[in-house]
Design a binder for this molecule. Structure first.
Ligand SMILES: NC(=O)c1ccc[n+]([C@@H]2O[C@H](COP(=O)([O-])OP(=O)(O)OC[C@H]3O[C@@H](n4cnc5c(N)ncnc54)[C@H](OP(=O)(O)O)[C@@H]3O)[C@@H](O)[C@H]2O)c1
Length: 252
């Protein structure tokens, strides 16, 4: 979809990737950008309109859909990673919170906006996943699982919309230099050398929208990991497993 004169809504727009995305969409010619975030205040800066949208709050999602009818592109970018595993945790609270935001929150946005797009006979839904949707990184095991669930949902939504003009795009970013990439248990060394600037990933998201791509691997590591997964899934799973620091491994 040519972004010139189009209206876009971005969730999680105050975050590291979200703010880069708003800038990239603006440069690509979007005439109005709803830059939303759970804790954003009302405001406007040229074509960028900011307001609060908590994707886990049904009333907030309904209000956004009522306010933003006519949106051409929805970028489901909001997400959280609490950097938790499964067996080593005292409870499943973090895993539930990640599912609430990454899976159910994004589902709520798709359910609210897809019918509006079908009605207006045009639209693109972009879901920001992660390479760890395809292969779990146990350092953020429950986050990876929530993104895997989102990937599966994205495929289903694409199939449900197949007879409509609404296009669905999956983005698999690699590691980005944003506040999210700071586990409270310490940053593994290999993260540092591989972090992509969020601007690079945002530019790839814009390319995917403009070129109507079904999916894109955004970032140097993402492209390499995507190819490695296609070539040898089990070897890649083993490699990702080997990245888990010793203090995050289960012991009785
Ligand atoms: N950073 C990476 O390495 C990486 C890699 C692959 C994929 N991704 C994905 O890229 C997307 C952007 O992440 P990021 O790196 O930019 O992280 P970030 O800087 O932490 O930004 C995430 C944004 O989502 C917002 N958010 C959280 N819960 C929300 C809710 N319930 N409703 C609305 N907004 C909510 C956050 O707002 P508050 O700050 O107010 O909570 C924040 O603005 C996420 O989907 C993430 O999973 C990131």
């Amino acid at each position: 979809m040519d972004l010139n004169d189009k209206t876009v809504l971005v969730t999680g727009a105050m975050g590291g990737h979200g703010s880069a995305l708003v800038t990239a969409l603006r440069s690509a010619g979007a005439v109005k950008i709803y830059a939303t975030d759970a804790r954003a205040s009302e405001g406007q800066d040229g074509p960028v309109v900011t307001f609060a949208l908590d994707i886990t709050d049904p009333q907030s999602v309904a209000a956004a859909a009522a306010r933003c009818a006519g949106v051409d592109v929805l970028v489901n970018n909001a997400g959280i990673s609490l950097w938790r595993g499964f067996l080593i945790e005292p409870d499943v609270d973090a895993a539930r919170r990640e599912m609430e935001v990454n899976y159910f929150g994004t589902m709520a946005m798709c359910r609210a906006f897809a019918p509006l797009m079908v009605k207006q006979s045009r639209g693109t839904i972009v879901n920001i996943l992660s390479v760890v949707a395809r292969v779990n990184y146990a350092g953020c095991g429950s986050y990876s699982a929530s993104k895997a669930a989102l990937w599966s949902m994205t495929q289903a939504i694409r199939a449900e919309l197949a007879d409509t003009p609404v296009h669905v795009t999956c983005v698999f970013p690699g590691m980005m230099d944003t506040p999210m990439l700071t586990p409270d248990w310490g940053t593994p060394g290999e993260f540092d050398s591989q972090k992509n600037p969020p601007e690079l990933v945002a530019a790839e998201v814009v390319r995917a929208i403009v070129e109507d791509l079904d999916e894109i691997y955004a970032g140097v590591d993402a492209v390499e990991d995507g190819a490695a997964l296609d070539a040898d899934y089990r070897a890649t799973e083993k490699r990702f497993g080997s990245y888990l620091p010793a203090q995050r491994r289960f012991r009785l």
